[in-house]
Write a protein that binds this ligand. Sequence first.
Ligand code: ADP
Ligand code: MG
Length: 224
Amino acid sequence: MSGSDPLTAGPPPEHEVKALLREAGVAVPRGATAASAGGVAAAAGGLAPPLVLKAFGPGLVHKSDSGAVRLALAGPAEAAEAAAEMLGGLLAQGITPDGFLVEEQAEAGIELIVGVVRDPGFGPVLLAGLGGVWTEAMRDTAVRLCPVSEADARRMLASLRGSRLLRGYRGRPAADMDALVKLLLTVGGAGGLWERLDLGEFELNPVIATGRGAVAVDARYIPG
Ligand code: ADP
Ligand code: MG
């Protein structure tokens, strides 16, 4: 990705993967990066709170586990304060971040995982399922060979045990299925991002689906 050899280059940082997604037509939060904790306030200046702060760099794959994600920050000053605290916590664990990503916090909704994984026999496969904290606990995912059709994408979502959550559950609004289907096609459909992954894999976890839209708030490219 970004012209580097995916076999030798490390995984690109989250904001680079998100820039690629945005270009392809996947909704991602507006955000900005800072090379140091001291730069976070300025980076946050043009963003609408509440804000989310994340650190990126080697050793930061599962960011929450390392204390590298802070949500619900009221503005630039609070983001800067959170960055200083986060940096202290990371250094204490022997992790030196390359920088910080500050971004707008997406509205709460249903969290899904969308990815492209490589089956050793079949090649690139699109995966969709309940995401966020549910990924491990529920193991509720659907897979189809790429490229998927629109009908495939709809069937994948309908086949999830958690599909009743997507259809609206106990007064919660139904998820925007058209936006989810469009996202699945952008990633795994004909001409989709999966064709540009070289030998790598791709994970959006979570994609947050609300009644109006679906936003990829975390994105990872795993070089092959
Ligand atoms: P991790 O590397 O731990 O997976 P994430 O970037 O997925 O880190 O952030 C952890 C959680 O924080 C996500 O599952 C999601 O619930 C929430 N989150 C992260 N970024 C945003 C955002 N921009 N808007 C709303 N929620 C977010
Ligand atoms: Mg994540």
